[in-house]
Design a protein around this ligand. Structure first.
Ligand code: HEM
Length: 244
């Protein structure tokens, strides 16, 4: 057990944990984004009225295997954030000891590009963590802890008429508020910047460097970092416009 702790707290161990948890969270985002696209089904089939999304949400919260994966996701979000903060703090204190990163009046002079990138990642990651907190309080918290009797919000019935919790109604009502849409769009733009560096950096940390494959990974990383946040942004924007 001691060697596991030693490895996880070594500088390479921390980076490997960051890349593995980061890649798992990248997979989570693909599934989450594609699943959430069912929020848009009522725009192509008016009779649906959010049923497809509510059925999907029911399966996601009742299937034991999916529930287990959810717990892994929560743990990895916390581990990824904790290790990221630890790396940023270690870099900061190391900077004051190297001639290159000498600090004057608490300010660092000419940090290396790698150190600058790590610092940006820590800042972007902190914003994303704050967004996840707000996001989970808004939807996940209500989904899991509300008693769902009567109305969940003024004018929004708690059940959808098919016996499912009306999570669609909750999300739809949230995305009628301009400030919510603005927070979501800014947050997924920040997510895009975080992924733009993080995706390919994770492969590099794992030693997957190859003349032929590295450009491919970089290209895939750029595509992923644009497509996933765009998919997420499309939902609040479309639902907001449609509600006006
Ligand atoms: C517009 C985009 C998004 C929508 C409509 C959306 C919707 C939802 C909903 C309805 C839930 C609750 C599901 C449930 O409890 O069954 C949820 C959970 C969650 N969302 Fe999102 N989400 C969006 C974007 C994001 C983004 C960008 C992230 C991460 C950066 C994220 C991270 C999470 C996490 C970690 C959970 C908990 C997952 C679980 O319990 O397995 N979401 N989301």
């Amino acid at each position: 057990m001691n060697w596991i702790f030693k490895f996880l707290t070594s500088s390479i161990g921390k980076k490997i944990v960051m890349s593995l948890t980061g890649l798992f969270l990248c997979l989570f985002l693909v599934v989450h984004m594609i699943g959430n696209l069912q929020l848009l089904v009522p725009f192509v089939d008016a009779a649906d009225q959010g049923k497809a999304f509510n059925e999907y949400a029911y399966i996601m919260t009742h299937n034991p295997l999916i529930k287990a994966v959810s717990y892994v996701t929560y743990a990895f979000i916390l581990l990824h954030a904790f290790q990221g903060i630890l790396i940023a703090v270690t870099n900061r204190s190391a900077a004051s000891k190297t001639p290159q990163g000498k600090r004057y009046y608490g300010k660092e002079v000419s940090p290396t590009p790698a150190r600058q990138a790590a610092r940006n990642m820590a800042l972007l990651g902190t914003i994303i963590l704050a967004f996840i907190g707000l996001h989970m309080a808004q939807f996940w918290g209500v989904m899991h802890f509300s008693t769902w009797e009567g109305e969940i919000l003024p004018g929004v019935q708690a059940l959808d008429g098919n016996g499912y919790k009306n999570l669609y109604g909750l999300v739809n009502a949230a995305f009628q508020e301009a400030w919510v849409v603005i927070v979501y769009v800014i947050s997924v733009a920040v997510l895009s910047m975080h992924l733009m560096h993080g995706f390919q950096s994770a492969f590099q940390t794992l030693g997957l460097n190859h003349k032929r494959y590295t450009p491919l990974i970089k290209g895939l990383g750029t595509f992923y970092s644009v497509a996933i946040p765009l998919g997420f942004a499309s939902m609040p924007i479309i639902m907001f416009i449609a509600s006006k």
